[in-house]
Write a protein that binds this ligand. Structure first.
Ligand code: ZN
Length: 84
């Protein structure tokens, strides 16, 4: 993790409010998001915690390919049956 100062967190299971970190940690919050729970640092790797919101804009789109994949699959699920 040389030169990387941030650990990206994204929602892992919306129903359970579980978040998954870039470094592989899964954390359940009783309520709210990591930032709302004052988690400014990742408990596992110690880097600055950043959130990737599902409905976020296109900032930093170049390094979030997996997020784009998640979004497109979500869109596909909501707009048409999964059938090819
Ligand atoms: Zn981390």
């Amino acid at each position: 993790m040389k030169g990387v100062l941030y650990c990206n967190w994204q929602i892992h299971d919306e129903e359970a409010n579980a978040w998954e970190s870039e470094c592989g940690l899964v954390w359940w919050f009783e309520v709210g998001e990591p930032k709302e729970n004052e988690m400014n640092y990742c408990p596992k790797c110690g880097r600055h915690l950043t959130q990737l919101a599902l409905d976020a804009g296109d900032s930093a789109a170049s390094q979030t390919e997996s997020k784009a994949e998640v979004l497109s699959s979500l869109l596909a699920l909501s707009t048409r049956p999964h059938r090819q």
